[in-house]
Design a protein around this ligand. Structure first.
Ligand code: PLP
Length: 379
């Protein structure tokens, strides 16, 4: 039927553009999908049609979930509104009130808060233990324990988790494992190869790679992802199509970014190890044959003026995030790890002098010289 102007301006996009062989994936910026008739709509519920309402699923969010699943070598994946909601959906897919989780005490502060406060409020008990000691984990296991949770490379001290040991314990006690692989990325490490059941990413970080999107993704065993998808839909933890599209665009360059950023981080870590005003350099040594990641944490000598150091970093910005193509720094005790109790922070080594550096793709000499100059200015 012919349309009048006002109708046409609303309905000009009559076709699914992907049928036009568009080179880039179109953005399905729509809250819902339409149907010819009621029978056609019923076909969604019968499983013959994929999409009904974007909170339930959308081609762009599916691209991200299934794309990350493919590179993580996982059976399935679901995209979420943030890394935090990926963690929440994954945990709620596995544990019920009255059940128990064992988590590493060495975690991103937001995850600690979610597990220690929110999960507890939902009736799920969490024990935080040192994952450097297998016996400490074993001792914490209870009859109600369902899940073991840790990060493959920890934030901010960059300890590489012993995933083989974690998996052995999980197998012995029939527990599910969930690994945050944000810092390592699937370019360097795939926890599923060790047997991990669920893997999460803050796609806000290396998957997106350009600091322009907040997103998460959860991948793993199909039956667990099915359960997690129900949580994502019911809790409204879905990702927007545009954010998913941006994250997918970022994902395409993950390898070249991680390759370059890891090389730069390696050089920076080596240079700072010889600096007399850096008392410790945290940088993994045996993460992967492709590199050891793009994060470097350093502890500055307490004689330095930390405020002056942060103020003297020239083009290196202070940012409470990581993983963009630009080098940035953060101060964990005032940002990511602010909510961690003091005694845990001290035990772990998250001190007043600790600086977390997210190394970018710039010229490595510019990065090294900028940090050396800021340290000199802070004396
Ligand atoms: C290791 C790690 N996991 C999860 C998160 C949470 O991700 P998001 O901020 O995307 O919710 C962060 C955030 O910094 C993180 O560093």
């Amino acid at each position: 039927m012919a349309q009048r102007f006002d109708t046409k301006t609303v309905h000009f996009q009559a076709k699914d553009v992907s049928r036009n062989m568009s080179k880039a994936q179109p953005i399905y910026q729509t809250s819902a999908f339409t149907f010819k008739d009621l029978e056609d709509m019923e076909s969604f519920y019968k499983g013959d049609k994929e999409y009904l309402y974007s909170r339930f699923g959308n081609p762009n969010t599916d691209d991200l979930g299934k794309g990350v699943a493919a590179i993580e070598e996982a059976e399935d994946g679901v995209a979420t509104s943030s890394g935090m909601s990926a963690i929440l959906a994954g945990i709620l897919a596995v544990v019920k009130p009255g059940e128990h989780v064992i988590a590493s005490e060495d975690l991103y502060g937001g995850t600690y808060q979610l597990l220690a406060v929110e999960l507890l409020n939902l009736g799920v008990e969490v024990s935080f233990v040192s994952f450097e000691d297998k016996e400490e984990i074993r001792t914490a296991i209870q009859s109600t324990t369902k899940l073991i949770y840790t990060e493959s490379v920890t934030n901010p001290l960059l300890r590489v988790e012993n995933l083989k040991m974690v998996q052995e314990l999980a197998k012995e006690f029939g527990l599910i494992t969930m690994i945050d692989n944000t810092f390592a990325t699937p370019f360097l490490l795939q926890p599923t190869k060790f047997g991990a059941d669920l893997v999460i990413h803050s796609a806000t970080k290396y998957i997106g790679g350009h600091s322009d999107v907040t997103a998460g993704v959860l991948v793993g065993k199909k039956e667990l992802i099915e359960k997690a998808r129900v949580k994502v839909v019911s809790l409204g933890c879905n990702l927007s199509p545009f954010e998913a599209w941006l994250a997918c665009r970022g994902l395409k360059t993950l390898s070249i970014r991680m390759d370059r950023q890891s090389k730069n981080a390696h050089s920076l870590a080596n240079a700072l190890k010889t600096n007399e005003n850096v008392t410790k350099v945290y940088y993994p040594t045996e993460l992967s044959s492709k590199g050891n990641g793009a994060m470097v944490s350093i502890e500055l000598n307490s004689i330095l003026n930390i405020e002056k150091f942060f103020a003297s970093l020239d083009w290196v910005k202070i940012a409470p995030t990581l993983a963009g193509v630009e080098t940035t720094v953060s101060y964990p005790i005032r940002t990511s790890h602010r909510t961690i109790p003091n005694q845990i922070r001290e035990k772990l080594g998250i001190t007043n002098g600790l600086v977390r550096i997210s190394v970018g793709i710039e010229d490595e000499l510019d990065i090294i010289e900028t940090f050396e100059a800021a340290i000199r200015s802070a004396k």
